[in-house]
Unconditional design. Structure first.
Lengths: 259, 504
């Protein structure tokens, strides 16, 4: 009798257990299957690039979480990528913490963004930079924080991630591409590589299935230099250069075919 | 002997002893002479700090304060929260207190007196039973060096009766008149100093509580004791009016604290600064002012090796009167401060004030509150990183990009006129110093040889200020696809290329 009872229960229970979990259990928002896209806990801001939106949980940059952008080098269109999202934040302030170069106000206003929204923070030590990042996130009066940092210890990253989780501020951490190999607690990691007239994005980590192929995002509009590049490689004529002053280069050597 | 710490009490020292007998019982006891001036100063400091709870505050004797909190009860969220606030304020200043609350000031004072008496009694009993464990209760006496100012009895006086309460946190806080009378009836008459003069006689006829005294015939009691006893009883039971002369906050604020020992590390000054800030916030509340700028003087050693006091100026972008916020700013400042010499005293002065505007309550976070938060963030960052670390854009109308791209220090932020911006494409990153580029095969080279996409954009300006720029700007692209903003100098004999910006 004792032996027969377990076999009976196993026989009755096994069919529902073999069924997929979704057939009788609605999943919690924090839990997702490996094959499907997770749902972000907080709200998101659309990236403004449809191809990228499709690949992100909840179709946008998640608020309340660290977003890591790994750059091959600075100046490959990383801010151009974020520009629609920064636009969508309205009049909220944007803090630039430890940017690699001097931010150019003219470019900012050229994108249709008000320069008064910018705050540039320069610190001497890394500890100060991390402290400032935490203060900006905790204060919550800034809509977005862009934080450039070369090397970060894992504890600092974890702390930054926790600070970002507790706030509603969009937090982008921009690091060199060499940081790809090290582990990171960030909920979203994207590697950026330059592309003619755009940028190539490779999603290294997201709450969802691994991203199979890189996403190419192309700029459109007035400053799409790539469009110009595709049409003619030799658009700049020497005649234009030498209209007012004779160019000294003509004296020293032959005029190059391509400048 | 007027006051003593619990450690001293454990060794058998009692109040009222002479110094010789104290030395006889416990030779290691340190005796401090009573400093009436300092006592008075500390008492004033407590009164000033408590002004943030009510403007109606009066001194009953040299160690009791009475506060009319009838209007403050709902503002501070009920009597329990208010009591907690008062407790923490006084403890911040380094004093212990006994608190009582009643519809009449005299009754509140009696409750506080009773509380102090029982505490004293309990402490000696506890020490007698467990003399080894004196470390824990040691801090109950004041942190202040002059420990003769021991029991401070700020008592609460509440004139109107509302807010019926069923259960009392401590029996010494009574809101209703009837409950107060019942509670008074049970009090020992030794709480009332007027009755203590006749203690023997009263005990002789079998009186122990206030109710016993009230049961005696008034005329006989008046003849045998003093009218003041009856008057005090009438005031306590709410049968006679009470009049007070409320304290007035001084016209300007300046407070000094002498440190118990020399401090040579700035972060350790914080506890003393907290004392001063607590006083200042009380003073600000009483004067309905907010501080815009305050000065903290760090007074160094005097005498032969005298050093001039260091001034620490804290400038706020928005006037504030919040103690916690000011303390946080000071904490960051102290974290960065290097002391030139040990500090023996601190002095705080409120140098710039403006009228305090009460925040208007709103259900949802308004843009105004975000702006205020933003200003606070700036101040906090400046306090730690220094004024130079924060930059705000201040574009200037100039054709040269390095001249047009001006960033100003945050605390000097003035209204910036909208400069006319060029309409041509501009890179987001501008190099601080243009980077000279190599030329390979007649092409500028940066990582890879660059291909010019658009240009030239001729910029020729600055002949008037000595920084002449004669440049042709191009947008160039490397082989990998990144775009650069490069220029060629036109005044040189040979073509010189420079990298000036990166298109982010």
């Amino acid at each position: 009798m004792n032996v027969s009872t377990p076999t009976v229960t196993a026989a009755t229970l096994s069919p529902p257990l073999l069924q997929p979990l979704s057939s009788f259990l609605p999943l919690h928002a924090h839990v997702w299957r490996a094959g499907q896209m997770g749902l972000a806990r907080a709200h998101v801001t659309a990236t403004g690039h449809a191809a990228l939106d499709r690949e992100l949980p909840n179709q946008g940059w998640p608020h309340g979480g660290l977003i890591e952008l790994l750059l091959q080098q600075s100046g490959i269109g990383e801010l151009r990528l974020l520009q629609p999202a920064l636009h969508a934040l309205g009049e909220q302030r944007i803090a630039l913490l430890q940017p690699p170069h001097v931010p150019h106000i003219a470019a900012w206003s050229d994108w249709g963004l008000s320069p008064q929204r910018l705050l540039w923070i320069r610190t001497q030590r890394q500890a100060d930079a991390l402290w400032s990042a935490e203060q900006v996130l905790r204060n919550g009066s800034c809509g977005a924080l862009l934080f450039w940092q070369q090397t970060l210890r894992h504890e600092s990253l974890r702390r930054l991630q926790l600070a970002a989780q507790a706030s509603d501020t969009l937090c982008w951490l921009l690091r060199p591409l060499s940081a790809t190999d090290s582990a990171s607690p960030a909920s979203l990691r994207i590697a950026l590589r330059p592309l003619a007239g755009g940028v190539q994005l490779e999603i290294l980590k997201r709450r969802g299935p691994p991203c199979a192929s890189p996403i190419d995002v192309f700029w459109c509009g007035r400053d799409a230099h790539a469009a110009a590049a595709k049409h003619s490689t030799n658009e700049v004529s020497d005649a234009l250069l030498d209209r007012r002053h004779p160019d000294p280069i003509t004296v020293t050597g032959p005029v190059p075919a391509v400048v | 002997m007027i006051a003593l710490s619990s450690t001293a009490a454990a060794q058998g020292v009692r109040i009222g002893m002479r110094s010789a007998s104290v030395h006889g019982i416990a030779p290691q006891v340190m005796l401090q002479p009573r400093d009436l001036l300092r006592e008075q100063r500390s008492f004033d400091a407590v009164a000033l700090a408590l002004m943030q709870y009510t403007p109606e505050i009066a001194a009953i004797d040299h160690q009791s304060l009475v506060l009319d909190v009838s209007a403050s009860l709902s503002l501070f969220g009920g009597y329990r929260r208010l009591s907690r606030c008062i407790y923490s304020s006084v403890q911040t200043l380094g004093f212990s207190l006994a608190l009582g609350m009643a519809p009449t000031a005299q009754a509140a004072w009696l409750f506080a007196q009773d509380c102090a008496q029982q505490r004293k009694h309990r402490r000696t009993q506890y020490q007698a039973s467990n003399p080894s464990n004196h470390q824990t209760s040691n801090h109950q006496a004041s942190n202040h060096q002059a420990s003769n100012h021991q029991a401070l009895n700020p008592s609460n006086h509440q004139a109107s009766t509302h807010q019926p309460s069923t259960h009392h946190f401590l029996q010494r806080r009574v809101i209703k008149l009837g409950a107060m009378r019942r509670r008074l009836d049970g009090l020992s008459f030794t709480c009332l100093p007027e009755a203590v003069h006749h203690q023997e006689w009263l005990e002789g006829i079998g009186c122990r509580t206030l109710a016993d005294i009230r049961r005696l015939p008034r005329s006989g009691l008046k003849r045998r004791t003093h009218t003041r006893l009856l008057e005090a009883l009438d005031r306590a039971y709410g049968e006679a009016p009470e009049l007070f002369e409320w304290l007035q906050a001084p016209a300007s604020f300046q407070a000094t604290i002498e440190l118990p020992y020399r401090i040579d590390q700035a972060p350790m000054l914080l506890f003393a600064a907290q004392h001063l800030l607590a006083q200042m916030s009380g003073w600000l509340a009483a004067r309905q002012q907010a501080v815009r700028c305050f000065l903290l003087w760090l007074v160094h050693e005097k005498g032969r090796a005298s050093v001039t006091p260091t001034a620490l100026e804290v400038m706020l972008s928005e006037p504030s009167c919040e103690e916690a916020y000011l303390l946080r700013l000071l904490k960051e400042r102290f974290g960065q401060l290097q002391l030139v010499a040990p500090v023996i005293a601190l002095r705080l002065e409120a140098s710039q004030l403006s009228a305090w505007l009460a925040p208007s309550g709103q259900l949802f976070a308004s843009p105004a509150s975000k702006v205020q938060d933003y200003h606070r963030l700036l101040e906090l960052l400046v306090a730690r990183l220094g004024a130079d670390a924060l930059r705000l854009p201040a574009p200037c109308a100039d054709h040269r990009p390095e001249q047009a791209n001006q960033w100003q220090v945050a605390h000097q932020a003035s209204a910036v006129e909208q400069a006319e911006m060029p309409t041509a494409a501009r890179p987001f990153w501008l190099l601080e110093q243009p980077l000279p580029l190599m030329v390979r095969q007649h092409r500028p080279f940066y990582g890879s040889s660059l291909r010019l996409l658009s240009g030239p954009e001729r910029i020729e300006a600055g002949w008037w200020d000595g920084a002449l720029a004669l440049r042709d700007y191009f947008v160039a692209q490397g082989e990998e696809g990144a775009c650069y903003w490069i220029y060629r100098e036109r005044d040189a004999s040979s073509a010189r290329w420079f990298l000036h910006g990166l298109f982010a």
